[in-house]
Design a protein around this ligand. Structure first.
Ligand code: SF4
Ligand code: SF4
Length: 313
């Protein structure tokens, strides 16, 4: 198969399988991101996520992750749901369904297998936020969008409510040019709406102030200075995406594995407040929410409750 034929094959398969879009970038060392990333780390903006300090060379150069890598193929998959959960407590939309790491890997496997049939001895790996890969930088490199002021990758047609999955492969394709331009313009809606003022001026996030980090990754105490600012979020936070004008175009997904289970759809505020560890393990057994663990979810809810009680006093 020709390079053009292989490119068309992958694109058509991706769209057929329900991905929003895909793009193709040639492997290179992302040297222009190096100082930017190191500076972000140096300022401690990764908070307690020490794993972000490791494998920096691999983050910047996919050839160190996959031997013989020539291409990074980037796939976007919507997680925007048709309906929101009915609880007052908010869970980020990406976590409504089954854990995306597994779902996306399963969806991409047939594409990788298809490439392997056409390219003898191809060497490749699928990454779904599961290894040191700068997914958004590669999505930009593959022509799929720009870095919004809220640090999300924004697609002109589909906004930002999507997962980014990556296939690093020794196969070659017709490559896209990096996305040209930035369409945030004078808008500052995300910066104004962020309840904890976590968005920095250089299109990055100070994780220490970000609700998403605090409710998912932080294993310790919540910072006292953020009390009263979590806007009912108990797992993740979508606020800086909800207010983005480019998300008026969000495409509702139709992936059954990303639909909330009946148990989650029917969850009430009371059930969340009184949840036992057994119920947590049952309801969230396939969900990314299990990352925060039972104690984490309880802590997140009580952080809001304490805040609300104080507000009423
Ligand atoms: S996810 Fe929430 S807390 Fe974090 S930057 Fe966006 S609006 Fe702010
Ligand atoms: S809300 Fe406005 S500034 Fe923020 S990412 Fe969207 S377009 Fe850019």
């Amino acid at each position: 198969m020709t390079t053009t034929g292989l490119t068309e094959y992958v694109r058509n398969e991706a769209l057929r399988l329900g991905f929003l879009d895909c793009g193709f970038a040639r492997v290179r060392h992302l040297s222009e991101h190096e100082n930017f990333y190191l500076e972000w780390l140096r300022k401690g903006n990764h908070a307690s996520m020490e794993y972000m300090e490791r494998n920096i060379d691999k983050r910047l150069n996919p050839a160190l992750l996959v031997e013989g890598a020539r291409s990074v193929v980037v796939f976007l998959h919507s997680y925007y749901p048709e309906k929101e959960l009915r609880t007052k407590y908010k869970i980020a939309r990406y976590a409504y369904g089954e854990d995306y790491h597994d779902v996306l890997k399963d969806k991409l496997r047939p594409i990788a297998d298809g490439i392997a049939q056409h390219v003898p001895n191809v060497n490749q790996r699928i990454f779904t936020d599961s290894a040191p890969v700068l997914e958004r930088a590669w999505a930009h490199e593959a022509g799929l969008g720009w870095f919004g002021k809220n640090s999300s990758l924004i697609h002109r047609k589909y906004g930002s409510f999507f997962f980014i999955a990556v296939l690093i492969t020794s196969a070659e394709f017709d490559y896209n040019s990096p996305f040209c331009g930035n369409y945030c313009g004078n808008c500052t809606a995300c910066i104004n709406a962020c309840p904890t003022k976590a968005i920095l001026t250089n299109r990055t996030i100070n994780s220490r102030r970000c609700i998403s980090y605090q409710t998912i990754e932080n294993r310790g105490e919540m910072p006292f200075e953020l009390k009263g600012k979590f806007a009912q979020n108990i797992f993740g936070c979508d606020i800086c995406q909800e207010v983005c004008p480019w998300n008026k175009r969000s495409m509702i997904h139709n992936e059954p594995h990303f639909m909330p289970s009946n148990e989650l759809s029917q969850l009430t505020d009371k059930a969340l407040e009184q949840m036992t560890e057994t119920a947590f393990k049952q309801i969230f057994r396939k969900s990314a929410i299990k990352r925060t663990k039972f104690e984490g979810l309880k802590r997140n809810i009580s952080f809001l409750d304490t805040t609300n009680n104080r507000d009423k006093e």
